[in-house]
Design a protein around this ligand. Sequence first.
Ligand SMILES: [Zn+2]
Length: 287
Amino acid sequence: MKASAALSQGAVRLEGDTFYVPGLTNSGFVDGLAIDTGPEESGYEGVAIDTLAITHGHADHFACGAFLRGRGARVVAARDDASLIENPDINIRGMFSWAKPADLLVTKLFQGTPCGVDGLLELWDDPRAEAVHLPGHTLGHTGILTRDGVLFSGDALYREVLWRRHPLPYAIDPDMVAASLDRIASLDFSWLVPGHGEPAPREEALSDIAFHKEQIAGVEARIVELLDKPHSTEEAIAAVSAERGLSDSPAGYWLAVTTVKGYLGNLLGRGIIEFYVKDHTGYWHSL
Ligand SMILES: [Zn+2]
């Protein structure tokens, strides 16, 4: 399995037996273990994969999951995200308060081919890599740290350069994201491969982690300022989206809805803002 012929085209060796394949979504390989998959089935031609570990239940990270499982790979994912992988409609409905949105409202990142999950990362025991729970982007989001010290971090960390294109990265719980970034910093890794963008050697990753945490703190501080004047949920989403420079699109809007509500829920939970309903409209206000 160590011969490079057993690897997908374009695979780049980072350390020991750990390779990554650059793509719209980066994927990883260690001796027959694949970590996440981009959309190109052709990249797996002639490549033997016995296990596919999926970092989280967004379709851009398991695009070829069903294909690889059909070829005999055992698929493992975290308990809280396994249902999103087996039935992407759960994620789509969760985004829309469990009602059914029309396709127009749903980002392509949530639309994918369902893929069966054979085992849980919580119980995973594999000599090639270990699972590290890094929630916040999704509840079950999990990084995969290979025996060679390469961390595949999924969407837990947005490297600094990626913020220009994604000024408000999707997060269901920014407090959890910040705690997971601290957890990453505490891990013993030499390379970090994010879901999107270039791999980072440890020192660069640590600086990206500091940047990501500053951004979260900055968004949060700005929300507290904005809410000196009460804002409805809709107004709060609009104000944050405008300040972060998001473009106007239906699918993008619905991603921002979740992320802004993530911040609002965190601030409310910490007693920094209040929520009340007036004239059948929900309002948020700094205390
Ligand atoms: Zn994601």
